[in-house]
Every structure is written in C-alpha cells, then in structure tokens.
Design a binder for this molecule. Structure first.
Ligand code: BMA
Length: 340
C-alpha cells in the first residue's frame, strides 16, 4: 500500500465487494445489493437512514436514525455479524442523565458513533430550543449517559475525531439555522474534557463547485491516514426541484485539522440509483460512517439514501487519496488556520 490507515484496527470481516470490471472515473463503487436497510425495518419504524456503525468484538454495532410511524425520529441500536444484515432493538435507546434518570431528547436524528479510548460516543442532532447537537456515551451499550450539549443552537452534523489531537478532543460541526438551512460551512472545536468546547476554527466552506455550493456538513468520523485526516462529507446544491446531496472528500492536516491539505473538486458519489433518487426526500446521499481495515486499506462508506434507506459504497485508501489529490482545489479559506 502506498498510504497507511493509522491508529485503527484490522477489520478482516468488514463488508466488501471488488470494484466492477467496468472502469469508472471515480474510484467509489456501490454494493450491488443496495440498499442494505429497506423500509419498515422494525416495529413502529417507517424508515431507517443516515446512520452510523463501528466494528465491535468481531462483529458490528450501530446507532440508527429511525423515523417512527408517529413521525418522530429517534435513535435505535442495532447489531450485525457482517455489517450488512442488521437486527434492531424494538425500542429507541433509553438515554439517561448523569444521575441515571430517564432523559430522552424530544427527537434525535443523523447519529454518528465514535470510539475513543474504549468509550463509545453517539453524537446527533436534537431539539435544544432549536436544532442543536446532543451527545451520549456508553461502554456496555446498555446504559447510555447523556453529556452536556456541546454547542448552542443552531447546529447540525457534529462528528468527533477518534482520538485526541494535541491533548484535546476535536469535533467538526456545521452551524445552521432552525429550518432547512440554505447555507453552511464546517467548523472545528476543541475540548479538554468533552464538556467545555472552544477554540472554534473554520475548516472549509461551501465552495465554488456547483455540487457543493449551498452547504456542506461533516459525514463520517475522520479516518487518520499517513496523508492526514480523510473526511467524507456531504455537499449540497440547489435546483429548481430542491436540494441535491452528494458525497465529497477532503484530507485535513494531521496536527491542525482546521487546515485542509486536499479537497476534491468533484463529488465522489451523487444520486444516480433508484434508492438515492427516489424516496421520502429524493436525491440524497448522506454519509455518516465508514468501516475501514488498516491492513488492506479497504473502506466501506455507510450512507443514507433519499431519507428512506441505508446503502454501502466501497473504495480503497490508495485509490481515494490519489483521486482526491489529483482533483484537489484548495482555496485560501481552506488552507488557512481558520481563526479570525
Ligand atoms: C438535512 C438533514 C438530513 C436529511 C437531509 C435531506 O437537513 O435533516 O437528515 O437527510 O436534510 O432531507
């Protein structure tokens, strides 16, 4: 391998299919049996999409955005032996406060899941007098304890880094408005303790590329590589029929991730298949997680489709890093530290 995935385990049983024989311009290909989670996947749930998974003790676990039949999104826990076929709990995660009392958000959506030093953190969007970020931690997947909300409303798409950098926890997020936000850049914040967040830095903005010209938001937790932090994010454009969500890629500096080293000027995946173009909200590809294998450099991207399904796409570290570098356009607001 030309590049290395760092500080991540070998996941030899991760989901995988080789690239189709027919060559494509972009080295990201879909799982042939997509979508992997269809409609009505569990009792009282109409759709699961925009969800996050991690390898766990030889199998896989995840937190899932489940749009229930009462119309309220909540986070459900799921398990899988192969990362493809999932079993979900029949009730949403029963979050507790630090005293052990029930503490459910009014609604919760678009969860991410990150393991730092053996503790698993779920991060999602919820109501806090407007859309804001919620967080909880667990070590046993039975008790999930809510942490203080890291940021003021309005904010969405928060993603934790999988390790401290220069002694600080790092989180990407996207300040927004209370509606279907028609703007938005990715910022970085740091914390000594996962409670107090500050030193906010601009990472990158919506760009001059048309496919990401309205807003962008962090997607999967950053993957640490020998070239920097590999980030799959969503980029949104506006059409006369509404927003279109594509998957983009960038590589952030390892020591100062508010600096973008490479940023791909093309999308890596855009709605083309029926399950991406057609659904509750058409034309949405929304990445929330990857599973990656440090030994082979294989990467599986989990993405929500049309606010209705979950699908899988694949790439390899060498191919995606080379592709991002070859198509990189980094502007001043990307390459600077992001402090004004
Ligand atoms: C965003 C979020 C996502 C959703 C997307 C498209 O604002 O709410 O959960 O996938 O819109 O509807």
């Amino acid at each position: 391998m030309k590049y290395q995935i760092l500080n991540a385990p070998t996941v030899s049983n991760m989901p995988w299919q080789n690239a189709p024989a027919e060559k494509s311009d972009i080295p990201v290909w879909r799982y042939r049996e997509n979508p992997i989670i269809g409609r009505n996947p569990v009792k009282n749930v109409a759709r699961i999409f925009n969800s996050a998974v991690v390898p766990y003790q030889g199998s896989f676990i995840g937190v899932f955005r489940a749009e229930r039949k009462d119309g309220i999104p909540m986070i459900y826990f799921g398990r899988s032996d192969d990362g493809i076929h999932w079993n979900f709990d029949e009730e949403c995660i029963a979050f507790k406060d630090s005293e052990g009392n029930d503490f459910l958000p009014l609604y919760a959506y678009d969860p991410r899941l990150v393991c730092i030093d053996g503790t698993y953190y779920a991060i999602w969007c919820q109501d806090a007098y407007g859309a804001a970020i919620g967080m909880a931690k667990t070590t046993d997947f039975k008790t999930w304890t809510r942490l203080e909300n890291p940021f003021l409303p309005f904010n969405r798409n928060a993603v934790l880094f999988p390790r401290k950098v220069n002694g600080k926890y790092l989180m990407l997020s996207r300040p927004s408005d209370s509606g279907h936000t028609p703007f938005g850049d990715i910022y970085l914040s740091e914390s000594p303790d996962l409670e107090y967040w500050g030193h906010h830095r601009h990472v990158m903005g919506r760009s001059e590329e048309w496919w990401e010209s309205v807003k962008i938001g962090a997607g999967a937790a950053p993957i640490e590589t020998s070239e920097g932090w590999l980030v799959f994010y969503h980029g949104v454009t506006g059409t006369c029929n509404g927003f279109v969500y594509s998957i983009g890629g960038a590589i952030l500096d390892r020591d100062m991730p508010s600096k973008v080293k490479y940023r791909c000027n093309t999308f890596l995946l855009t709605p083309e298949e029926w399950y991406e173009e057609r659904g509750f909200v058409p034309n949405v590809c929304f990445p929330c997680a990857t599973i990656h294998d440090a030994e082979t450099g294989r990467i599986a991207i989990y993405y929500g489709c049309a606010d209705s399904y979950v699908s899988l796409a694949f790439t390899t570290l060498d191919q995606i890093v080379d592709y991002i570098k070859e198509h990189s356009v980094v502007r001043t607001s990307d390459s600077e530290e992001g402090k004004r």
